[in-house]
Write a protein that binds this ligand. Structure first.
Ligand code: NOJ
Length: 766
């Protein structure tokens, strides 16, 4: 491959032809020629993805990476941070391996790179697709300049069990919203036309395919058992949307499906992903996904590696099963070389599309890195977007007036284990964050409201159990336990609270109590913090609960007793400033929940798009014998999907339809007038829900089918119109084909999944 630079020079023109719908065969020919020179071992090397670097996101580690790159045993690397280090390994690949094939360099760039945006669950609560796309584009630009060409994002697993810690990494419970967000993320990472042009767009990886969010009991990595009709209707749409948006890679999930781990599930990876959806990128396993199948009990390393490759896996993250055993399987006649060729080609195609054959150092751009990474513009965007993600859960009058927004004067006591911590602000899966530079809540508030006198007390530790906190620590973040007793901490806090006009109680979860391997069986605010909150309320001071959380929590008590609650999730590197912007009213909160908040763990799974039973209860009712209800709790959530308040009020008029009947190939317009009846300008997310009243199979009581985030000045009204078309009424029936069925439909437009005004129409037959 002596002339490869000349060939790469020519290759520079090819993506252009490719993207214009021109000659795909140019890429094929380039890869044919390259593969013609490769040995079987070198081809297997392309399928190998070891881990290196200081970031730790799994148990097993790889060694001797440099030497193995020289030998052609490595197709890509991940968890390496820093443009110089990445340049070094890329140079080894290009200059010191026989064929000089550049590396894929991956990282979990999940919600930002050094500039960190809200955790994905929080980001989804913005319902702002432009903001979602912008956050991904900024992440790509920073990571892309700093050596990374591939991100393990977006995570689009639908999740309806808040015990699962990884709900923090996705967009919540709804397939329609999840699909919209999946598309926006792919556009942000790969560029609006998937051009992957320049180094400010990188390859996306849709994960975790599939159904990882439905792990039994909310227990991480657990078994999934689900009907296909539910997969297709409720869990597949975001993956499919991301694939259709052009995502270049897909990550297989850890869980099994129909008794076969996703990593070896041919039906999933081939029939569904490639044949049905037309996916033409490559599939990578999750971390040790292949070797874990030994523990799943479906074979030894050789057998599970064979099954993975045969099922459609192209790249092996960390297990080294493909590299180590596939040759033997071929020799024994258990696998064909064709399977290796196909996977190798897909990896090379990805490298080609990234432009790495043209310029292997395209993504190592120290100048761009110095200019863009953590730059003021990106941080300003992170602050703006974070403030869109916060959800005002409650703001009831307290002694005659609402507590929020706060006035920028007087004394404010900031109390709680999350009030003065840097490391907890960016949230889980922010592996490149400058943790110590993220302002603490206290610092952020001081900057936003310099005339306020702020006082501080820790009030309590996160929990009373240091071992629990230790278990929750995945990325080694120090939780800074205070050695004083709970009583001493509380007494100090009460002294501070009594001297203030208002108390901000910064409570909830530490950032690593959600995320991977962070399932909880009790999803309330830890007891010691709740006791602190009770004591603060007992002082009679106005108390604002600023809630940090990576998942829905059970907040029944808090909803009953606290007048003002702002859910801030983990808002990223600028979270503290954004929280200040909202608390002090510079920004009017507009986030709305994308997961239902249950009353207790026993209600789980609780989600708005449920089915009726033959003995269902109407919403808002409780116990009747022989009905679908619990003896000890009703079926209602504390906060429903789509819920979120504002400092102003919005009222909704009647939902009106342009026609009572929709012809088979026609459409119906549904309109509602929304009025800002309060005295502040604000944003409102108007939500469209549809119910298929009678179907060939049972259908959910309602499904989100559209939304619009609008801005209304105080006193202003706007008519919001949704055009309903037949494809919005279609669903997968027993035959797993997607179709709409003629008949009656109900339409509700409202501010959340439980309120709104109703209308109905009929879809006519063909
Ligand atoms: C395991 C996680 O499940 C996955 O989301 C992540 O991308 C990989 N580790 C790599 O860190």
């Amino acid at each position: 491959m002596k002339n490869r630079h000349i060939k790469w020079g020519l290759a520079a023109l090819l993506p252009l032809l490719f993207s214009c719908g021109g000659s795909r065969s140019e890429m094929d020919r380039f890869i044919d020629e390259l593969m013609g020179k490769m040995t079987l071992e070198e081809k297997l090397g392309q399928l190998n993805l070891p881990v290196t670097g200081t970031i730790v996101t799994g148990q097993a580690q790889s060694s001797d990476v440099a030497e193995r790159i020289r030998k052609g045993e490595v197709g890509g690397l991940f968890n390496l941070k820093g443009v110089d280090q990445i340049l070094e390994v890329q140079k080894i690949a290009v200059e010191e391996s026989r064929l000089g094939i550049p590396l894929l360099v991956g990282m979990d760039v999940i919600h930002g790179y050094e500039t960190v945006f809200p955790i994905p669950l929080g980001l989804s609560c913005s319902w702002d697709m432009a903001a979602v796309e912008e956050s991904a584009a900024i992440a790509a630009r920073e990571a892309g300049a700093d050596g990374i060409n591939w991100t393990f994002s977006p995570m689009v697993d639908i999740a309806r069990d808040p015990r699962w810690g990884r709900v923090s990494e996705g967009a919540g419970e709804d397939p329609y919203l999840g699909a919209e967000i999946a598309k926006a993320m792919v556009r942000g990472y790969q560029g609006p036309d998937n051009s992957l042009s320049g180094n400010d767009h990188i390859l996306a990886c849709v994960k975790h395919f599939a159904l990882y969010g439905a792990a039994e009991g909310g227990l991480d990595y657990n078994t999934v058992d689900m009907s296909r009709i539910r997969m297709y209707n409720d869990y597949f749409p975001p993956y499919k949307a991301a694939v259709e948006a052009g995502a270049g890679s897909v990550m297989a999930s850890f869980n099994d499906i129909d008794g076969v781990p996703a990593t070896a599930n041919k039906w999933l990876l081939d029939d569904v992903l490639r044949q049905e959806w037309g996916f033409n990128g490559f599939v990578v396993t999750d971390y040790t996904g292949i070797s874990e199948m030994i523990v799943h009990g479906i074979g030894d390393l050789q057998e599970v590696s064979r099954r993975a490759l045969d099922a459609g896996i192209d790249m092996d993250m960390v297990s080294e099963g493909l590299l180590g055993t596939v040759k033997k399987s071929i020799d024994e006649g258990k696998l064909s070389v064709k399977a290796v060729d196909q996977a190798c080609r897909r990896i090379l195609e990805a490298k080609y599309k990234l432009g790495l054959f043209d310029n292997p150092y395209k993504y190592c751009d120290p100048e761009a890195a110095a200019k863009f990474v953590y730059c003021p513009e990106h941080r300003a965007a992170a602050r703006r977007i974070a403030s869109e993600s916060f959800v005002l859960l409650k703001n009831e009058p307290f002694r005659g007036g609402k507590i929020l927004p706060l006035s920028k004067k007087g004394t404010v006591a900031v109390i709680g284990p999350l009030a003065n911590t840097h490391t907890n602000m960016p949230g889980t899966w922010s592996v490149a964050a400058r943790l110590e530079e993220a302002p603490t809540l206290l610092e952020g508030l001081q900057e936003v409201a310099p005339d306020v006198r702020f006082t501080y007390a820790r009030g309590s530790n996160l929990t009373e159990d240091p071992a629990y906190e230790q278990r929750a620590t995945m990325f080694g973040r120090d939780l800074h336990r205070d050695p004083r007793s709970a009583q001493a901490l509380r007494e100090e806090a009460l002294r501070v609270a009594r001297g203030a006009d208002v108390v901000i109680a910064a409570l909830g979860e530490a950032s690593e109590m959600s995320g991977e391997s962070s399932s909880r069986s009790d999803i309330s605010i830890p007891a010691v913090q709740r006791e602190l909150l009770e004591a603060l309320l007992a002082t009679g001071k106005p108390v604002v609960l600023v809630l940090f959380n990576g998942r829905p929590l059970t907040l029944g008590w808090e909803q009953e007793h606290v007048s003002a609650i702002l859910d801030v999730w983990f808002g990223g590197s600028e979270a503290a400033l954004a929280i200040g912007d909202v608390l002090f009213g510079d920004v009017n909160p507009s986030g709305k929940l994308t997961m239902t908040f249950p009353k207790n763990v026993g209600q789980i799974p609780l989600y708005y798009a449920r089915k009726t039973t033959g003995r269902t209860l109407p919403e808002g009712h409780w116990f009747e014998k022989f009905r679908t209800n619990y003896l000890d709790v009703d079926n209602d959530p504390v906060y429903p999907f789509g819920y979120g308040l504002s400092y102003t009020d919005f009222t909704y008029g009647e939902t009106t339809l342009s026609a009572a009947e929709m012809p088979w190939d026609g459409s119906v317009e549904a309109t509602v007038r929304v009025t800002n009846t309060g005295d502040r300008d604000g944003k409102e997310t108007v939500q469209l829900y549809i119910r298929d009243v009678v179907g060939s199979v049972t259908r959910p009581v309602k499904e989100l089918k559209g939304f619009r985030k609008i801005f209304l000045k105080a006193g202003e009204s706007q008519d919001v119109t949704f055009t309903i078309t037949r494809d919005m009424l279609a669903f997968y029936g027993s035959d797993l084909q997607k179709a709409a069925e003629p008949g009656a439909f109900e339409v509700v437009i409202g501010p959340d999944s439980r309120r709104g005004t109703k209308a109905g129409f009929e879809l006519l037959g063909r």
